[in-house]
Design a protein around this ligand. Structure first.
Ligand code: A5A
Ligand code: ZN
Length: 475
């Protein structure tokens, strides 16, 4: 079968794959909102199952309302400055104008924190660590893109915490970084972690730490953020607790979030010209069995029956072993089935025909590298498990190799660079902005985690004392 996709032309590749692999239907007639197909939703649910399990270890799930009173939303001055152009408003009930306009949550600080005030009385009520996975709405004016820049984010995982001290809040940020690293490692998604510059932090936060991954077109995508809120929101919403010594103190808060951009990352980072390539832990179908039965020609009916029986047995055994397996016994030709399941990203295909059966074996074909080999039926189940593990490792290694970080020492080198670039830059906004304007790239921020960092010590713009930062064109 011809490969019909060209990942080098990423934008078109991405749109085509969402359609052909049935991830999202983009034909919904509202800008920036899309429909999950069943297959896409299964992928999303497997990915979020991992995230949810990680969150559940130290957080409690909550569910707050979608609607936020206007006066609450406007209370935190920095926060609303950042979000006021992005809020969708509900102004009417039927034909009656509402006394208090209601916002559709763009994020839930101002929904949750007035309630935190009610929940928190004494130090014994702390820490609070909650999360929810909900839809949020942002009136994005930049070019909207499925899973990446949405007006309805359908799968916004937001965690919110409150602590007795600044130190505990800092510790929580570190724990959350570890959780997110674990999450993206399980998806085999490579990332860099940086501290966002002042001008790019979350509105209302003291500082923001972000995870970015590299997309095939050389631009980075922010896939997670963590925010140290300090006492900012606590002062605005008057969230205090009685300390052990009887004094009244403000809580310290953090929040951190992930959206369906993590699904976009899985699709974009691992996919190829044949379609999706899904990491086994999140593949809705991990193994597809394709019986090789020729309807005409030399096959004897008894041979076909034996092949079908062997496929059923293998299907049953794999299911019993906890593998997400599908037996494709539809009347399509084997070649058409291969093409279809490759597009869907199924990590492993097992072909079983009369010749395999004569050798008491079957044929494995890996989706990630198309390597093909014969496996005895007696060891097929254990070989499937080993192969799925191996595919996961290979995908991770391949993706890590692709996330290269270039090191540059002057502006000309920077202009010619692609992907993520490490360089020395000082703290001053004027230097950062100058660099962003002259290159069209963005300062991701000071490096906290990356495979490389720049060796330079002087700011590339002003030659003052510099920090090691990463720069890239971004989504
Ligand atoms: N309350 C905090 C957690 C918050 O709202 N943080 S945030 O604004 O940075 O959003 C969290 C993450 O959601 C971002 O890191 C980004 O990966 C994702 N995100 C933000 N806007 C998005 C949009 N319009 N479409 C899809 N994902 C988005
Ligand atoms: Zn400088």
């Amino acid at each position: 079968m011809k490969s019909v996709l060209d990942r080098n032309n990423f934008s078109e590749w991405y749109s085509e794959i969402l359609k052909r692999a049935e991830i999202l239907d983009v034909r919904y007639p509202v800008k920036g909102v899309y429909v999950w197909y069943p297959y896409g939703l299964r992928l999303r649910n497997l990915i979020y199952g991992i995230l949810r399990a990680l969150m559940d270890e130290e957080h409690e799930e909550v569910l707050f309302p979608l609607l936020i009173r206007r006066d609450e939303l406007l209370k935190e001055k920095e926060h609303i400055k950042g979000f006021e152009e992005e809020v969708f408003w509900v102004t009417h009930g039927g034909t009656t104008e509402l006394d208090v306009p209601l916002a559709l949550r763009p994020t839930s600080e101002t929904a949750m924190y007035p309630v935190f005030k009610l929940w928190i009385r004494s130090h014994r009520d702390l820490p609070i660590r909650v999360y929810q996975i909900v839809n949020t709405f942002r009136y994005e004016t930049k070019h909207t893109r499925p899973l990446i820049r949405l007006r309805e984010i359908t799968s916004f995982k937001e965690a919110h915490t409150a602590h007795a001290s600044r130190r505990e809040a800092e510790e929580q940020i570190n724990k959350a970084i570890a959780i997110y690293r674990n999450f993206f490692d399980r998806l085999a998604i490579p990332y860099v972690i940086t501290k966002r510059p002042e001008w790019d932090k979350f509105p209302g936060a003291e500082y923001t730490i972000a995870f970015d991954t590299l997309m095939p077109d050389g631009r980075t995508m922010q896939i997670a953020t963590l925010h140290m809120l300090g006492e900012n929101f606590a002062h605005t919403f008057d969230i205090r607790y009685e300390a052990e010594d009887g004094s009244s103190k403000f809580v310290n808060q953090t929040c951190y979030g992930i959206s369906e951009r993590c699904v976009a990352a899985v699709i974009a980072v691992h996919g190829d010209d044949h379609g999706l390539v899904l990491p086994p832990p999140v593949a809705p179908i991990q193994v597809v069995i394709v019986p090789i039965i020729f309807t005409s020609g030399a096959d004897k009916p008894s041979e076909s029956e034996a092949v079908k029986r062997a496929c059923n047995v293998l299907h049953h055994e794999l299911k019993g072993a906890g593998v997400r397996v599908f037996l494709d016994d539809s009347p399509e030709r084997p070649g058409a089935k291969y093409y279809y399941w490759e597009m869907k990203g199924v990590p492993l295909r097992i072909e079983l025909g009369p010749r395999d059966l004569a050798n008491n074996s079957c044929t494995f074909v890996r989706r990630d590298n198309f390597v093909k080999w014969r496996v005895p039926l007696t060891t097929a189940v254990s070989e499937v498990k080993n192969t799925l593990d191996d595919i996961q490792h290979s995908l991770h290694a391949r993706a890590m190799e692709r996330l290269e970080i270039g090191v540059v020492s002057d502006e000309t080198e920077l202009k010619n660079a692609t992907g993520i670039v490490a360089l020395p830059l000082c703290d001053r906004e004027s230097c950062g902005k100058e660099l962003e304007e002259s290159t069209g790239a963005s300062v991701l921020g000071e490096v906290l985690y990356a495979s490389h960092s720049s060796g330079g010590k002087e700011c590339i713009i002003c030659a003052r004392e510099a920090k090691h930062v990463l720069v890239a064109r971004t989504y």
